[in-house]
Ligand binder design. Structure first.
Ligand SMILES: N[C@@H](CCC(=O)N[C@@H](CS)C(=O)NCC(=O)O)C(=O)O
Length: 205
């Protein structure tokens, strides 16, 4: 029987990378399919919703939407709460990460530098601090969202914080979540997780 496939673009970030890390932590032997940008226009209409990542379970129809993929992997492999309400709290946070990506995403396509600067500065002074403060209020004192154990929600938070504090998003300072110590603790805990470190250290990356 063939392996499950995770199809995404050829870079180690965002929605595809969080699914790859989840699959790695789950111990799933999967094909890490990386689509060259040039091939995307042809592939796009063949995906469920015209976007990536897409997870293809062996012998089953493809599954799109990063949160659906993460929750599926999480449920199958003990990386998502078994309690329905606890799971729903995690899923709410995961949806909130997607909300943020849908606000930041359009600024990536702005080509005029002055317009880009204005949009990003608005993000950095309003949307991002508010987003962080809202997340902060929902976090406890533990290493991860759900206590001492990593779940897929932690990967989702990790990936967005890593991106927005990387200094690579012009006009968004690396300090943008400095007012969120609990969020930073979750970020650190994921960064220091042995399985995550092992994935990030892979020679093929
Ligand atoms: N809500 C979707 C968004 C998917 C999405 O926008 N993916 C981006 C890459 S991170 C994409 O496919 N962009 C190319 C395109 O839309 O043509 C999810 O969470 O998977």
């Amino acid at each position: 029987m063939s392996k499950p496939r995770l199809v995404y673009f050829d870079f180690a970030g965002s929605r595809g990378e969080e699914c790859r890390i989840a699959l790695h932590l789950a111990g799933v032997d999967f094909d890490d399919v990386r689509i060259p940008t040039a091939d995307w226009p042809k592939l796009k209409p063949q995906t469920p919703f015209g976007s990536l990542p897409v997870f293809e379970p062996a012998g089953k129809p493809p599954l799109a939407q990063s949160n659906a993929i993460l929750v599926y992997i999480g449920r199958q492999h003990g990386l998502h709460p078994k309690d329905d309400l606890e799971a729903a709290y995690h899923e709410a946070l995961m949806c909130y990460v997607e909300d943020l990506r849908s606000i930041v995403g359009p600024t990536l396509r702005i080509t005029d530098e002055a317009q880009k600067r204005s949009a990003r500065e608005a993000l950095a002074s309003n949307d991002l601090p508010t987003w962080g403060a809202n997340v902060e209020r929902l976090l406890g004192e533990s290493s991860f969202v759900g206590g001492d154990k990593l779940n897929v929600v932690d990967l989702k938070l990790y990936m967005i914080v890593r991106w927005l504090t990387s200094g690579t998003v012009d006009y968004v300072p690396t300090t943008v979540f400095d007012h969120c110590p609990k969020l930073q603790r979750v970020f650190r805990s994921v960064s220091e997780h042995a399985g995550v470190k092992a994935w990030l250290a892979r020679a093929t990356r």
